[in-house]
Design a protein around this ligand. Structure first.
Ligand code: MLT
Length: 311
């Protein structure tokens, strides 16, 4: 009997090609409403998604033949994991395919903050040539505080060390040996908040990490700290961040992710020294090819062989 997979979000064509090479029938139907997806999902053993498709308990209920959901990316926040687990549906992600790309975006935003690049660009293209307005800071010799030193955080650390920054990290899962290997200093959160000139977040959103940069914690930072978030909205109290930018406690902030996405409006928009991008952390051609290949290979292995040979 033919195994069928549905790709329900935009994905590099390599994913469909791999499924077909492995003898799996694949449909690519994107942009469906939840009702449309629920109406057809019982035809499929596999569902390959990025972030647009919301795999809710209702979708899982309707997916009577579903064995696996594959997320081409890291976060599985758009999948109801308890509902999937209760039905025996395996949920897999691709934890490595877009790590470099996301780390590079964090570094790009750090430089954009240090040199006020978006504002300088707007001003120059408006014909103003405000050379004296845009005094930046060097990153060399500055302390970067990593909240989260896993796949992405550790790549950010290696890039920052190459830029001659000092790196301190708060991560309960970071062993002292791994910190030594990475050339970074493991610290408690309060110590990081006190010492960091730049703070970058690289942790999933969990009950432990939600609001980790709360109003109280933002108040503990070094005055003028610059904050970057390419991980998940909800890690920072956005209202407190707005107040801290206005007061100068925070000297700049760059958010790629927001508590509510798409973020079509935010009190932060228009704040001086605030930069935003629309969840572009994983958006490079290289990363999208990587995650498409990885998710298709993992799902094919699982569906055809009953296991996963590619992590
Ligand atoms: C991920 O979880 O892989 C990233 O946030 C990228 C994305 O969701 O598009």
């Amino acid at each position: 009997m033919t195994v069928k997979v549905l790709i329900s979000d935009q994905m590099d064509p390599k994913a469909a090609a791999i499924f077909r090479e492995r003898g799996i029938e694949v449909d690519e139907i994107t942009g469906q409403t939840p009702e449309e997806l629920a109406a057809i999902i019982d035809q499929y053993e596999g569902l390959a998604i990025r972030s647009s498709t919301k795999v809710t308990a209702k979708i899982i209920d309707a997916a009577t033949n579903l064995k696996v959901v594959g997320r081409a990316g890291i976060g599985v926040d758009n999948v109801d994991i308890p509902a999937a687990t209760a039905r025996g549906v395996v949920v897999m992600n691709t934890p490595f395919g877009n790590s470099i790309t996301t780390a590079e975006h964090a570094i790009a935003l750090m430089f954009a903050l240090a040199r006020q690049l978006p504002e300088a660009d707007l001003s120059t293209q408006a014909g103003k040539w405000e050379k004296n307005r845009f005094m930046g800071v060097e990153v060399t010799g500055k302390t970067l505080g990593l909240i989260g030193a896993g796949n992405i955080g550790s790549i950010v650390a290696s890039r920052a060390l190459g830029l001659k920054m000092k790196v301190v990290a708060f991560d309960p899962f970071l062993t002292p040996e791994r910190a030594v290997d990475l050339g970074i200093e493991k610290v408690e959160l309060d110590e990081l908040l006190k010492r960091a000139d730049f703070i970058t977040l690289h942790t999933p959103l969990t009950d432990q990490t939600r609001n980790i940069l709360s109003r109280d914690n933002i108040a503990k930072t070094k005055r003028g700290v610059r904050i970057i978030n390419c991980a998940r909205g909800g890690l920072i109290d956005e209202a407190a961040l707005k107040d801290a930018l206005d007061s100068g406690q925070v000297g700049g902030a760059a958010l790629d992710v927001f508590e509510t996405e798409p973020a079509k409006a935010s009190p932060l928009f228009g704040t001086p020294n605030f930069i935003s991008t629309p969840h572009l952390g994983a958006s490079t051609s290289e990363a999208q090819v990587n995650v498409a290949i990885q998710v298709a290979e993992q799902m094919s292995d699982f569906l055809l062989l009953g296991g996963v040979t590619n992590a």
